[in-house]
Design a protein around this ligand. Structure first.
Ligand code: ADP
Length: 258
């Protein structure tokens, strides 16, 4: 953030370095239910980011001292693959991944009906396969779909989306160059239906008014991302329903033969 550079990040017409308008998202693709072994899963591409989310649970929390007799605990592990960035990333947890895991757990916990599952744990694994700025938002957005795919009761989905400031302009969803050389990056998590903010961080600085503009931009975008999440889940349920229909049909055939 705020490194000096000669690169022009926004041209005179307000077009960003990757061709986007200030309030335009990078392309997003979501697929739910991509892993057979997990209770729920999702794969998401967001610009050049590629992330996988897997959910297990609710299951008995281990070790037992972690158990909460009033509600389920939500444990998230965000991990970046060694090959996810330009220079090989040292495998294993580091300060950054511990921080991101914590804030994503808290954002997810705010929508999950944890009180329905005392003494349990809901485990969320986020694997970043390819990183290009905005991976915490991409990971959170994927995790939310994976939780729904696992059938975990939630009051709503949650969406991650960043906004920020580049060359004096408030912009949505910073790309890698904008993240490196821009003035501020503000990752947010939003409950789209209510506009409630469940995560807000800021790297760099901007005025109060710019911050409010950035938040409004991210809130608008969260509704667009929410539609993509729901479409992914609808496609997933359509496939499940089709498979169940086939299974019932084949069972009826067997009965008729008997
Ligand atoms: P986010 O991915 O949520 O934007 P950061 O702002 O910390 O999180 O990181 C911005 C980008 O910097 C990442 O998306 C990734 O492309 C890159 N990056 C992060 N950590 C590393 C690392 N250890 N090595 C190389 N690049 C990294």
């Amino acid at each position: 953030m705020s490194m000096k550079t000669d690169i022009k990040l926004i041209d005179d017409k307000g077009v960003r370095i990757d061709g986007r308008k200030p309030d335009q998202l990078r392309p997003i693709k979501i697929e739910a239910g991509v892993l057979k072994r997990a209770d729920g899963s999702a794969y998401l591409e967001w610009g050049k980011n590629k992330v996988l989310a897997a959910v297990y649970g609710p299951r008995e929390a281990h070790p037992r001292h972690l158990q909460d007799s009033a509600k389920a605990i939500v444990q998230c592990r965000y991990n970046m693959a060694p090959f996810s960035v330009g220079d090989r990333k040292r495998p294993g947890p580091d300060r950054r991944s511990v921080e991101i895991s914590k804030i994503i757990s808290e954002a997810l916990e705010s929508v999950i009906l944890t009180e329905l599952f005392p003494r349990s744990s809901i485990d969320v694994f986020i694997e970043v396969l390819q990183a290009n700025a905005g991976t915490r938002c991409a990971g959170l957005t994927a995790a939310s779909v994976a939780l729904a795919d696992a059938g975990i009761p939630m009051k709503d989905l949650v969406v991650g989306c960043a906004a920020g400031k580049v060359e004096g302009t408030v912009v949505l969803d910073l790309g890698k160059e904008e993240d490196n050389f821009g003035q501020a990056d503000v990752p947010l998590a939003i409950i789209p239906r209510t506009g409630e903010i469940v995560l807000l961080q800021m790297d760099g600085d901007m005025t109060r008014e710019e911050l409010f503009n950035a938040i409004d931009m991210a809130k608008d975008a969260s509704l667009r991302i929410y539609e993509l999440q729901k479409e992914a889940l609808r496609r997933r349920y359509a496939i499940v329903a089709e498979e169940e229909k086939e299974e019932i049909a084949s069972m009826e055939e067997i009965k008729e033969e008997e």
